[in-house]
Design a protein around this ligand. Structure first.
Ligand SMILES: [Zn+2]
Length: 301
């Protein structure tokens, strides 16, 4: 599943190209992906894109007439945006923004057999939604109803927004003091947008073992974890997210974060701080990577 930096990278790409464009046609080939199923193509035709934002891992395309289209890529969604190019009399298309799961490859013909939605804009540019395993969805919501959309209503604070203060983080940790940090940080209602990669990376940077409970941290450790979370996400955003063999970024390039990962998928490789081999354990079903020297295990009673 793409995490915050990957979805934010796609958002930035789309925010450069979509605002101001009018949807001329919207075609759907897989009805279950649209909510509400009835009339969506009709309601989207003629709508103008105002802006592209994000909440957690959900992309939000604001349209005129007080409508918002939510797009959740889930496991295998892809968004591909192509612009028409004319060289002399020859017409072709250029892939300008691409993000999401890399299968099928993003350089193939579109629409493909996994294209489930196609937006055509007034300048003949097109946005394709592909989804191999069909877990993702598009949902059209009236702005006044956004507060009632369950996934939006339950998201925790955005870790890179000013609302996510050290004080808020401390308060939230206190309320969940018996929960282990790895599952806690993965919980989207605790912080929005963090997933397996960035949780492991943040805990390593803060030198905190993933099985420690929220209530066991010292004040200095809480501060270190708060800062590490922001730093890891910012670093990843700067390099276009992670590919993890799974995601590519805007303009088709692969995210560069994994090359500089501290622990994620580096089992047996030396810790970047102390050289001790990185270990892997499984916590709530998720592969968890840590340095046994820098991140001391909690004392067992
Ligand atoms: Zn270490």
């Amino acid at each position: 599943m793409p995490e915050l930096p990957e979805v934010e990278t796609i958002r930035r790409g789309l925010a450069e190209v979509l605002p101001g464009k009018k949807i001329t046609t919207f075609t759907v080939s897989l009805k279950k992906m649209y909510q509400p199923a009835a009339n969506v193509p009709k309601r989207l035709a003629g709508r103008k894109v105002i802006s592209v934002s994000r909440r957690g891992k959900v992309l939000m395309i604001q349209l005129d007439k007080d409508l918002t289209l939510l797009i959740h890529l889930k496991m295998t969604g892809q968004l591909l945006y192509k612009e028409p190019v004319r060289i002399g009399k020859t017409k072709s298309e250029k892939l300008v923004v691409a993000g999401g799961h890399p299968i099928p490859t993003m350089d193939g013909a579109l629409p493909s057999k996994v294209t489930h939605a196609t937006f055509t804009f007034n300048d003949e540019s097109k946005l394709f939604y592909n989804d191999l395993r069909q877990f993702g969805y598009l949902k059209l919501v009236r702005n006044e109803d956004l507060g009632n959309v369950p996934i939006l209503a339950t998201f925790g604070p955005e870790p890179l927004e000013p609302e996510f203060t050290e004080k808020l983080f401390e308060e939230k940790l206190k309320k969940r003091s018996t929960t282990k940090l790895k599952p806690l940080l993965l919980d989207q209602t605790f912080i929005a947008g963090l997933g397996n990669i960035y949780v492991d990376e943040s805990l390593n940077l803060a030198k905190i073992h993933p099985l420690r409970t929220a209530g066991s941290l010292t004040k200095a450790q809480r501060k270190a974890l708060y800062q590490a979370t922001k730093k890891v996400l910012r670093t990843s955003l700067r390099v276009g997210g992670t590919s993890d063999n799974t995601y590519v970024t805007i303009r088709g390039g692969k995210g560069d974060y994994l090359r500089r990962a501290r622990v994620y998928h580096r089992t047996g490789e030396p810790c970047r701080t102390c050289g001790t081999p990185i270990r892997r354990l499984v916590v709530v079903g998720r592969g968890t990577h840590y340095c046994p020297h820098c991140q001391r295990a909690p004392k067992t009673k």
